[in-house]
Ligand binder design. Structure first.
Ligand SMILES: NC(=O)c1ccc[n+]([C@@H]2O[C@H](COP(=O)([O-])OP(=O)(O)OC[C@H]3O[C@@H](n4cnc5c(N)ncnc54)[C@H](O)[C@@H]3O)[C@@H](O)[C@H]2O)c1
Length: 263
């Protein structure tokens, strides 16, 4: 295996999950671009097209393509474009989550529905499986895929509800894909990020209180930044992390290690 010595120089990485400049995917893109990656982008629908076009120009000018991850044909077309543009894919960033607003507001017994469960799991968990299923034949034998998760998968968190279940499923999918794709040289990991103010996060009822509680309860005594997540993503997409697969890497200021915060 030929390891590249610089961080992600020349690696061809697909970024899925950009909505605006506050998206975690935007901070990941900036870090990857700074460290030499060649990037391609997808966006959910035309509402985001103008932003993505500009954002791509500022970060290397790679291809942009619409892709609704709830649609298998769109996923096929996205991977076909990446293959046409690059031949092989060296990395995938999946930074996507969605739950209908009524599912992430209030006590679970009052708001969970079959339809809400289906949509949340489809977009927030299955979409990562769907991407890897389609992309893996075209991934290089020294490649890496990452997704974004939250500690609400492991610990009950007010209002997070069915999103916590979907994140648990997403983290399990990371372990399954890592197990079978590892021998092909494809690594699969997730980053469990502390709370960051973004479009998706502001949909969670009480997000501000979540942010405040994390901020004072972490060993680092502060909230983490999107840039810190971006830099960890670059590490996981680089050859520097070549021995790491199937993991949930916490970028949360250490929040997850404490049962009760210390005074
Ligand atoms: N912000 C936080 O506090 C936080 C913490 C931990 C994990 N995360 C996770 O980070 C990831 C990125 O979220 P974010 O906080 O940057 O918010 P964001 O709103 O900027 O990004 C979410 C993205 O998901 C995309 N998306 C939703 N449904 C889609 C669909 N059907 N097809 C294609 N794309 C779709 C949106 O277009 C958007 O680009 C999510 O998985 C989220 O759960 C966020």
């Amino acid at each position: 295996m030929n390891y590249n010595s610089s961080m992600v120089e020349g690696k061809k990485i697909l970024v899925v999950g950009l909505a605006n400049k506050y998206s975690i995917a935007a901070a990941i893109t900036k870090s990857l671009h700074k460290n030499g990656a060649q990037l391609g982008f997808s966006y959910q629908n035309e509402r985001f097209e103008k932003f993505i076009t500009e954002f791509s120009k500022e970060n290397g000018g790679g291809f942009t393509q619409v892709c609704d991850l709830a649609n298998d044909d769109d996923i096929k077309k996205l991977i076909a474009t990446a293959k046409k543009e690059w031949g092989q894919i060296d990395g995938i960033v999946h930074s996507v989550g969605f739950a209908p607003a009524d599912q992430i507001s209030g006590n679970i017994e009052d708001c969970i529905t079959r339809e809400g469960f289906k949509i949340t799991h489809d977009v927030s968990s299955y979409s990562f499986s769907a991407l890897l299923k389609e992309a893996h034949p075209f991934m290089s034998d020294n490649s890496s895929a990452i997704t974004l998760t939250y500690v609400g998968s492991q610990e009950a968190t007010p209002n997070y509800n069915v999103m916590g279940m979907a994140k648990a499923s997403l983290e399990a999918s990371v372990r399954y894909f890592a197990s079978t794709l590892g021998s092909k040289g494809i690594r699969v990991n997730s980053i469990s990020a502390g709370p960051i103010k973004t479009l998706a996060a502001s949909g969670i009822k009480g997000f501000k209180s979540m942010l405040n509680k994390h901020g004072v309860s972490t060993p680092l005594a502060r909230n983490i930044t999107a840039e810190e997540v971006g830099n960890t993503a670059t590490f996981l997409l680089s050859d520097m992390s070549s021995g790491i697969t199937g993991q949930t890497i916490y970028v949360d200021g250490g929040y997850n290690i404490q049962a009760i915060s210390f005074d």
